[in-house]
Design a protein around this ligand. Structure first.
Ligand code: GSH
Length: 208
């Protein structure tokens, strides 16, 4: 049985969403990143102490995008990963990675600074710059949405799972201003039944 350590609105929802889209069985193991009590089972799986972590038999992996690629490679083929000869393949790969490396990673510093930095350090150069870089990279998402409904073209792929997480995270944390096209895009992606199931499974057993 595949185990996803993480839960709730963390990046583990990318993994759970993909598992739902692919119809694979799995369980979610909630990890409370704010707890002071060491979670020994989780730390044994990822001594670097961040989520998500995937455990699949003898395989233990971190990095949400790498996990998506592993699952599609191991349990595919799937239309969520266009083949290299598909015209959408380059855009698919680009946005699959841009969603994390170009957007979510850059948003982390401004968002986390707001909650965790000492008051006097909340508004700092690195946080402002991270946000400015993410906003600049959003131009690529906007340009793609002017051409097509999804990141790889006409069909929903794992690149949309990657980018949707970043946009939804930015919107939820009130740091990314989304226009009409990006908002309509999130309505399309977050409206999928597989996302709704993933959201419910990611919140199971968590007090409201
Ligand atoms: N690039 C990593 C980022 C993982 C990440 O930042 N996870 C957050 C939660 S969404 C976390 O656990 N942060 C705590 C930490 O890094 O100490 C991925 O895509 O999996």
């Amino acid at each position: 049985m595949i185990t996803v350590f993480g839960g709730q609105t963390s990046r583990s929802i990318r993994v759970v969403w993909l598992l739902e889209e692919m119809g694979l069985p799995y369980r979610v193991r909630q990890v409370d990143m704010l707890s002071d009590v060491p979670d020994t089972e989780f730390l044994a799986a990822n001594p670097a102490n961040y989520i998500p972590v995937l455990v699949d038999g003898d395989v233990t992996m971190v990095e949400s995008i790498a996990i998506l690629q592993y699952l599609m490679g191991r349990y595919g083929p799937t239309p969520l990963a266009p083949a290299p000869d598909d015209p959408g393949f380059p855009a698919y790969l680009q946005f699959l990675h841009l969603g994390e490396a170009g957007l979510a990673t850059l948003l982390m510093t401004p968002v986390v600074a707001r909650f965790m930095a000492p008051e006097s350090e909340r508004d700092n150069w690195s946080a402002r710059q991270g946000l400015a870089w993410a906003e600049k990279r959003m131009r690529l998402v906007r340009a793609q949405l002017a051409r097509a409904p999804y990141m790889a073209g006409e069909a929903f792929t794992a690149a949309d799972i990657s980018v949707t997480y970043a946009l939804e995270f930015g919107r939820r944390q009130a740091c990314l201003d989304l226009g009409e096209a990006e908002t309509a895009y999130l309505d399309r992606t977050l409206g999928r039944e597989a996302y709704k199931r993933a959201y419910a499974r990611s919140h199971e057993g968590v007090a409201a």
